[in-house]
Structures are given as structure tokens and as C-alpha cells.
Write a protein that binds this ligand. Sequence first.
Ligand code: CTP
Ligand code: CA
Length: 229
Amino acid sequence: ILPGLHGASLAGRHVLITAGPTYEPIDPVRYIANRSSGKQGHALARVAKDMGAKVTLVSGPTNLPDMPGVTTIKVETATDMLDAALAALPVDVAICAAAVADWRAAHQAAQKLKKEDGQTGLNLALARNPDILATLAAPGARRPTLVIGFAAETETIITHAQAKLSRKGADWIVANDVSPDTGIMGGDHTEVHLVSATGVEDWPAMGKDEMAAKLLARAAEALHAMQLA
Ligand code: CTP
Ligand code: CA
């Protein structure tokens, strides 16, 4: 049992997790991506499975190994990630840990883009990607009981996280500082703030596995409390 788990169980629960970056193609050989390692989302999936949950992990491209006992759906684009997440419903808890590209190429070239002689620049038109967290959190019969998002910020972390909480309709936002000097992005440690409608909790720095355990224990407690209510 991981530290912070306190024997909490997710037996009988279905947990959906999005993880990793998305790749947004520009042409057959090029794409827009980001530096997400997928470690946090994969840690959440592993811990949720260990706590007895049925787990669906929708993951963008990572170097991480498949986990036995976790149903992993591999996707590349934000659009495919949204479709896979919606196809996994109904779930009790949805945790959006993916670093979804906000933009995709407005037009995907069928052939490799070529330079013209003398061309000194290129404007690439971008189109807005769907918001997976906001879509899952929207009111409706299939809304998960608990919808949790992440907010990776480099400044005014809590203010940005609170804005995301209300804008997206999530129940909780796990906010963290990803300024380059923190070494969080791609590392094994994290220092987060749990932001909800009732306030902000500052958690100490800890391993991503430990944070996953603490967050899922809180989720298990919240589901239990909601059922009693
Ligand atoms: N998210 C998502 N789909 C998107 C963008 C974000 O599901 N198209 C989710 C992320 O998985 C995360 C949360 O929304 O849980 C916040 O992501 P973030 O990139 O911090 O927020 P954005 O709304 O994209 O705002 P920003 O302009 O700061 O990037
Ligand atoms: Ca974003």
C-alpha cells in the first residue's frame, strides 16, 4: 500500500484518466506537440487500479510501458482523445491529466509541405481544439460524479486555477507550478494545490505516485460521502 492511501478503496468504481501530450499533424511527417511525459496520468492509472478501480487510460504518445489491468487507449490528436474519453463513459471519476494541444493545424496537408525558392517565412493557420475536461464536466446524464482537471501554470497559479475551475465546470483542479526552474515537467516529483469551490489546499512536494495516491484517496472519500448524502 502506497503512503497516503489510508486503505481507501475504489472497488466497483470506473475511473477515466487522460494522459500525455497530443500530437497534431501539420502534414504527413510533421506535428505540433509538447513536452508532457505522461508520468502523472500513468501514475494515477496505476494507483487507481491498485485501489480496485476499473481503469480506462486514454493516453497520447509517451515512452511509458503498458500497465497490466489498465485498459489503455492510445491516441494522437485531441479530437481522437475526446472521442475515446466519451466512448469510455459512464465513469464515476474522470481525471484529465493530459497536456492537450490547444491548437491544431487548420488544414492538414496531404503531402509534405515544400519550401519555395526565396521563401523567408511561413504562416501556419491554427484551429482551436475541443476542450475534453469542459466537455466531460458539462451538465448531463452522463456527467461523471467527480471531474478533476490539472492546471499547469508558470505564474499566478491559484488565480489561474480558480478561473479554470469555474470556466470548465470541474469539481477539483490540481494546480502546479511548471516554471522551467522547478524541474516539474518530465520529472518524478510535483508540488500541487488542490483547488475546489470550497477553498485551496497546499500539498507538500511529493512524488507523482504519492500525489496520485493522495488524490485518489480523496476521490474515493468524496464518492463515498456523495453516496451517503
Ligand atoms: N484540457 C482538456 N482539453 C483541452 C485543454 C485542456 O481536457 N483542449 C484539460 C487539461 O487536461 C487540464 C485542464 O484542462 O486538466 C487545464 O489545462 P490547461 O492547458 O492548463 O488549460 P487551458 O484551458 O488550455 O488554458 P491555457 O490557456 O492556460 O492553456
Ligand atoms: Ca492549454
